[in-house]
Design a protein around this ligand. Structure first.
Ligand code: ZN
Length: 268
């Protein structure tokens, strides 16, 4: 037990209090759920919610994906058990809008797949809460909000792509035109022929990426990136993420289908 962690001992069992956000929910046994939770103080962990699928359970509302909750947990050897839970925010607008839900699912899956277990990180937690709050409030275009989250998350997790100079030869880049997902950053014209998976990355994409990294969500609304810039950033970042996860992110297929339907709808 680390010093400073709020806990009490009860019959040899530790009780831990924390605030967290539910990244993933899966059914377990006959009426239970297992949640994947991200918190600041406890990092990412799994917790058992006993009886949470019974309609009258007190845990029904608080064991939904995207919910921000205060938890009291029994610390188990392998799995924590939720003793009690209180809703901070359900982020219920995410459930009412399929587009916002698709992007929120991507945020949740990205964090789940790219974050280690039990690593305390208060800044990462604040970043994830801010992303869900922004998607929930609709203050920003969900595509912009998600790209802003992605690049902030990459920076916070220590895998920000190289954006200032060629990732291969270090040449300064004024007119970045390509991005190498596997190489991990922008690529100069001379190195371009050696990069198999290079994608377009014009100056507007690079500048937008830089601004999304530095501006808070409250100020990112002043950016009005063009649709093709958003497309370029999405293609580059998601190929880059793909290179760094063991298994593909399912939520990306959902976003891709939605975008295709939107585009087909727009043409018809
Ligand atoms: Zn180069």
């Amino acid at each position: 037990m680390r010093p400073g962690r709020p806990y009490v001992r009860m019959i040899g069992m530790a009780l831990v209090k924390c605030e967290g956000i539910v990244l993933k929910v899966k059914d377990f046994g006959e009426a239970d759920r297992i949640l994947t939770v991200l918190s600041g103080s406890e990092g990412k962990f799994e917790a058992l919610a006993r009886g949470a699928r019974r309609p009258r359970s007190r845990l029904v509302g608080v064991t939904q994906q995207f919910a921000q909750v205060n938890l009291l947990l029994f610390r188990g050897r392998n799995l924590d058990t939720i003793s009690s839970a209180e809703l901070v925010s359900a982020h219920s607008n995410l459930w009412a809008d399929v587009v916002r839900m698709a992007y929120a699912s991507y945020v949740a899956e990205l964090v789940d797949k790219m974050t280690g277990e039990r690593e305390r990180n208060d800044r990462l937690y604040s970043l994830v809460v801010a992303a869900f709050d922004t998607l929930d409030s609709g203050a920003l275009d969900p595509r912009v909000a998600t790209l802003a989250f992605e690049i902030k998350f990459m920076a916070e997790s220590g895998f920000l792509p190289q954006l200032g100079q060629c990732v291969l030869c270090g040449a300064p880049i004024e007119q970045a035109v390509w991005f190498g997902p596997e190489a991990g950053g922008v690529v100069c014209g001379r190195c371009r022929p050696t990069v198999r998976d290079a994608v377009a990355f014009p100056p507007a994409a690079r500048e937008t990426a830089r601004l999304l990294l530095t501006l808070g969500y409250d100020r990112a609304g002043v950016l009005k990136p063009r649709e093709d810039t958003l497309d370029e950033l999405e293609i580059a970042f998601r190929a880059y993420v793909d290179q760094r996860v063991e298994r593909k992110l399912h939520s990306l297929d959902f976003i891709r289908d939605l975008r295709r339907m939107e585009q087909e709808g727009g043409q018809g």
